[in-house]
Write a protein that binds this ligand. Structure first.
Ligand SMILES: *Cc1c(COP(=O)(O)O)cnc(C)c1O
Length: 414
């Protein structure tokens, strides 16, 4: 195509990384050098500097009294969890496996909370023994915890996860409102609280999580207000004062063309109001926000190398050495309704003038293994690096690595 240098695609999500000598730079290290250091492609790289900056931005925008938790299912790499544990106030885990990583990372047990439907008896026992806060999601969990607390002669710290009677508007994935497997329906909470009281569990608060991947500040504010109000109404029935009020998160990041970053200021103002109401209405309560992808998503890239370049009936295909087996989300098969391209670039030809329309596909024998569908990219040859941005969350751990038996991806914190 044209030999003229064209400006880079103006995806805001690429701007956080710098470019030197035509190469993408990850926390000071040019891509080819990083690839040599890693010793293989494909790999994920997460940039410490970007992680730190993201938390700083958030702290600036949110009231200081708000506690910031990292929902580690977004990226459970132990090095990442360890690094995040030093930046945020707490870690939210969703399995005993995640709990182990959070404990190994040195996160304070007081500020670890454990949510998720179907917590097994052994998981609950591990959580009680660890001394973390358990977000109760069923009547069964109350009974299990009562007998575990007795057996271990330890207090079971609990909060109640409420399935609210509203939904998070505009969220990519709804996790509250209507019939759900998460939490206990709001209308059943008074009864649940009375069971908790009878069972002698140590009640500490409420957890409300309405949904995920939301880019509309207004909807997030509305959900926070409604969650606060619901918690306040339910607080009349609690056996002891509310100490933790986890209002969820759902902060999204822009993945696709046309999407704009979330406006934090409005959310900060809204939380300021709620925090000041809480001071009067639930004086012992700390408001907690739990975020996954917003904290880590934009700090990560997935790097593959071109194995083959093929033209099929006029269409160019770059076949790379990893695909949906490592990065299901970028292939569009992790909950997206309509498949769209993540931001992609040729990482060692960031400014190259020669550009073309190409599709990036992985090595798997399935048409689902598509990482970029007819995108404008620098002209790439075997050996060049294809980089997928916005890949710090729901990457390796959310992908079917054994599907088709290709080598596993590796992950580095840079
Ligand atoms: C998945 C999940 C999160 C994190 O969601 P993100 O979209 O990554 O921010 C937070 N809280 C709960 C309860 C979750 O299940």
């Amino acid at each position: 195509m044209s030999n003229q240098a064209r400006p880079l695609p103006t995806h805001t999500q690429m701007e956080q990384f710098s470019i030197a000598n035509d190469q993408l730079v990850i926390n000071g290290i040019p891509l080819k050098q990083l690839a040599a250091r890693v010793g293989q492609t494909p790999f994920y790289a997460y940039d410490r500097q970007l992680l730190r900056m993201r938390v700083e931005q958030l702290r600036k925008a949110l009231p200081t009294s708000i506690k910031l938790h990292y929902a580690m299912k977004a990226n459970p790499l132990p090095a990442v969890v360890g690094f995040m544990a030093g930046l945020v106030d707490g870690i939210d885990v969703a399995s005993a496996g995640e709990l182990k990583i959070a404990l190994d990372a040195g996160a304070p047990v007081q500020e670890i909370s454990f949510a998720g439907p179907g917590k097994r008896q052994t998981e609950l026992e591990q959580a009680v023994a660890a001394g973390v806060l358990i977000n109760i999601e069923s009547f069964r969990e109350v009974r299990e915890l009562a007998s575990i607390a007795k057996k271990l002669a330890l207090a079971a710290r609990v909060a109640v996860r409420v399935n609210p009677d509203f939904e998070l508007k505009g969220s990519g994935m709804k996790m509250g409102g209507g019939p759900k497997q998460f939490g206990v329906d709001a209308e059943c909470i008074p009864e649940l609280l009375s069971e908790i009281s009878k069972a002698n569990l140590q009640f500490e608060g409420f957890h409300l999580f309405a949904g995920s991947q939301n880019l509309k500040a207004e909807s997030i504010c509305e959900a926070q207000q409604k969650s606060y109000q619901l918690a306040l109404d339910l607080a009349k029935h609690t056996p002891s004062p509310v100490k933790f009020l986890n209002l969820g998160g759902g902060f999204g990041i822009p993945y696709f063309p046309g999407e704009r970053p979330l406006e934090l200021d409005a959310i900060g103002d809204n939380l300021e109001q709620l925090a000041s109401r809480a001071k009067a209405e639930m004086p012992e309560a700390h408001i907690v926000i739990e975020l996954g992808r917003y904290l880590v998503g934009e700090a990560g890239i997935y790097v593959t190398q071109v194995v083959d370049r093929k033209i099929s009936r006029g269409q160019t295909f770059l076949v790379v050495d990893g695909g949906l087996n490592h990065h299901l989300s970028a292939s569009g098969n992790f909950g997206q309704v309509i498949r769209k391209n993540y931001p992609v670039a040729i990482g060692n030809k960031m400014n190259a003038g020669n550009r073309e329309i190409a599709s990036v596909v992985g090595p798997l024998c399935t048409p689902l293994d598509l990482l970029a569908d007819k995108m404008e990219l620098s002209v790439a040859q075997p050996g060049d690096y294809v980089v997928i941005f916005q890949s710090g969350a729901y990457g390796a751990s959310a992908s079917p690595q054994r599907f088709l038996g290709h080598p596993e991806v590796t992950e580095v914190l840079v």
